[in-house]
Design a protein around this ligand. Sequence first.
Ligand code: FUL
Length: 451
Amino acid sequence: MHVTKQIRHALLLLLASVCSLSGGAQNPSELKPSPQQVAWQDMEVGVLIHFGTNTFLNREWGDGTADVKLFRPSDANPAQWMEAAKAGGAKYAILVAKHHDGFCLWPSAGTEYSVKNSPWKNGKGDLVREASDAARQNGLKFGVYLSPWDRHDPRYPDVKAYDQYYLGQLEELATNYGDLVEFWLDGAGSGGRTYDFPRIIETLRTYQPNTLVFADVALFPFADLRWVGNESGTVTYENWNVVDRAGYLRWRPVEADTPLRKEHWFWHPHDEASLKSVAELVDTYNRTVGKGAQLLLGLAPDNTGRLPQGDAARLREFGEAIHKLYAHNLVLERQSGGGAADALDSDLDTFWTAPTGSHHAMLEVDFAHPVTFDRALTMEWLNDGQKVQKYAVEVYEQGAWKRVAEGQAIGHKKIDIFPAVTARRIRLNLLSTTSEASIREFQLYDGSNSK
Ligand code: FUL
């Protein structure tokens, strides 16, 4: 009897480990975001700020030999950066605390290669402090980028010694500058190198349990957020939040980083022509946020330490353009919306849920008079997982329903843009859902109105 019990116990253990190894127990439609991921996805737009010795050398990638004395901005002004970011609609700012050249924007104890030996503020300055303070004063969350690849530090070839150094830096950043919303792990330059990431992330989690780790594919096992795979601000595929990493499924929403000036993360002289136009930025917004992704816009303060006036003005114009474009939700003027008022109220805290157990559903909006629109904005309530797998936006025309847009994933936000149509009855047709879908918003806009 006793032996049978032992055998049964051993078999159960074996079964449990086989299940977890094969990943067989995971079902993508049942995976849910963490509360931190839900809050992060709601921010939609952020900025990534590059400033350092490269700024003074007309370079994108420093080789680590730049003299610290080069770093002498006359007017480093993080408050101005953050004001501009806010005007552009950003809700968070990530500062490149150390880029690949190894130069640190804070007086790190582990190296002499930092602001503490630069002429800026006679070596008494701390840009991580100033930027984090300025971000919070402007209502922005703050995060850091700490490049693992370090082309300056002499310990870099010594894997153990460098890991220890990196860990110390992370500890400084994680314990001295308040809550970090995101930790940006850049894989560039690190191909073939193995860092002690289990320990590094453990350290981060110890001090900052709520920080979300962004990582590209090379460092993917550690990612809470994933890289979009390009720097052009494009999500070209159906965007599902649950993705697979070698048999292990997780909720990993995507962040699309792209610079405000084409192809330049750092500031370069005589480079004004590369500043993206408002139309390009709005298009980028629609192709990233409008596909359920996060838009992370790169900002580059110049060699005075200020964001160039043209860049700040462009950010403001972009912020205003988006605001204007999505200010007038026609659905609010409807005559009826069935029982789905909670999806039709422009209130992000309410949502409508399709009948329990349903795999398809309809949400119809009727107007007293025909309305003209050229885009639909739909949001899923994701706390319970991503449910919609196929949908269409349809208008009632001459006795039949006509499809004006269709897609698979909705996710956090989906913006469908199509030739303008005029109709009195419009519906969101949820053609296939894994279980009952929850719709946070279904909105209609006339883009031509905002021009
Ligand atoms: C890349 C880096 O190599 C670029 O210099 C920049 O920092 C960009 C945001 O990430 O991987």
